[in-house]
Design a binder for this molecule. Structure first.
Ligand SMILES: NC(=O)c1ccc[n+]([C@@H]2O[C@H](COP(=O)([O-])OP(=O)(O)OC[C@H]3O[C@@H](n4cnc5c(N)ncnc54)[C@H](O)[C@@H]3O)[C@@H](O)[C@H]2O)c1
Ligand SMILES: [Zn+2]
Length: 348
């Protein structure tokens, strides 16, 4: 896997004429395409732009991409470059994975969340019938090219959303990275300095490496890869409960989910209480409390039982932590315990 935008031109040197396609959304076209164009230099490409936003991560947009490829006579040799956040890398990846039984695609993630999470690991897909990522494939990109400079134009909430997934990677894999991120969270920095610090401390690279290592061990999520779902059992429930009236960024929901799941880890798996205190402090300082109140606890638990990742007739399936870097998968937790964890999350 390549990790630098400058390596792109060597990657494209043997590409037949007219077979390079670039997909952006309406925001990345404005903020990210200019820098991309600098790197791509003289290589001509055909550009397609979709409306930004998760609501456009649907079958209609996939069809728009397929139609574009057909219209411009894309062959099996074509390459699609996905320049955007997770919405674009997921959807463009799916369109490429299925067009003519699969053409090559390169992800150039432009959000922090996509850099550390969505753009690697091979999951592609789109939302269907109101269910997130209901249709998709496991298809690894030809390469994921990281350019942290894109993060300078990212809205602060999107940065924090990606930071939550970095915290998750540290919690499941590395005390050293956890300490690094705690320090970063305490720094009073302007966004530009903070973005610089993410790469100069090696935190960004370490976070990507954690995801890649886990995926390499279990590419199709039959077991160990579930550690990446830490925080997501509760997080997805909050995300879908708030979706209709007050949608919250995915990473915020994961952060709240992690607070509840670290609480469960303390109570059920012997995780040190200090970890809960540190994470709660980050929540209160940066993310605030969840935007749904404690009267919804029952509804949230019901959603966890419906989660597609649970087996039928089973209690919700959690990943918990014995300690930082020591995750436990397939933990089934009783309703009363989940309720107690939610009570902590809403009242702390
Ligand atoms: N495939 C996976 O393994 C995986 C993992 C995690 C998340 N995801 C998916 O990723 C998606 C979320 O990703 P996301 O948070 O990147 O969302 P996103 O792609 O919707 O990007 C968030 C917003 O930031 C804008 N944006 C992107 N880059 C920018 C930049 N450099 N400057 C200014 N604005 C910019 C986008 O236009 C959008 O408005 C979800 O659809 C989720 O399902 C997939
Ligand atoms: Zn996530």
């Amino acid at each position: 896997m390549l990790h630098s935008l400058t390596q792109l031109s060597s990657l494209l040197s043997d590409l037949p004429k007219g077979q390079l396609f670039v997909l952006t959304d309406s925001h990345t076209k404005v903020h990210c395409l200019p820098l991309f164009a600098e790197f791509i230099g003289e290589n001509p490409y055909l550009l397609l732009t979709l409306e930004a936003g998760e609501e456009h991560k649907n079958l209609m947009s996939v069809q728009v991409v397929w139609d574009f490829l057909f219209k411009h006579h894309a062959t099996r040799e074509a390459v699609l470059i996905n320049l955007g956040g997770g919405m674009i890398t997921d959807l463009g990846g799916f369109a490429a994975a299925t067009y003519m039984r699969g053409i090559r695609f390169v992800n150039i993630p432009t959000t922090l969340l996509a850099m550390v999470d969505a753009s690697s690991g091979g999951k592609t897909g789109f939302d269907y019938q109101g269910v997130k990522n209901a249709i998709g494939t496991f298809t690894p990109p030809l390469a994921t090219l990281i350019h942290p400079e894109y993060l300078h134009t990212l809205p602060a909430t999107e940065l924090l959303s990606g930071f939550a997934e970095m915290l998750k990677h540290a919690l499941i894999a590395s005390k050293e990275e956890w300490v690094k991120l705690l320090q970063l969270a305490q720094e009073e920095l302007q966004q530009d300095q903070w973005v610089e610090a993410l790469s100069s401390t090696g935190a960004l690279q370490a976070s990507m490496a954690i995801k890649e290592k886990v995926v390499a061990q279990d590419p199709r999520e039959t077991g160990w890869r579930k550690i990446l779902n830490f925080g997501h059992t509760v997080g997805h429930a909050i995300e879908s409960a708030t979706l209709e009236n007050n949608p919250q960024p995915h990473g915020y929901c994961v952060l709240w989910g992690m607070v509840a799941e670290v609480y469960l880890s303390v109570v059920k798996a012997g995780c040190p209480r200090e970890v809960l205190q540190q994470l709660t402090q980050i929540m209160l300082q940066w993310y605030g409390r969840p935007q749904c109140d404690c009267r919804q606890r029952e509804q949230l638990i019901a959603r966890m039982y419906q989660d597609k990742k649970n087996n039928a007739n089973c209690s919700p399936n959690f990943t918990l932590l014995e300690d930082i870097g020591q995750p436990l998968i397939n933990q089934h937790i009783a309703e009363a315990d989940i309720d107690e964890a939610l009570e902590y999350l809403f009242s702390v």
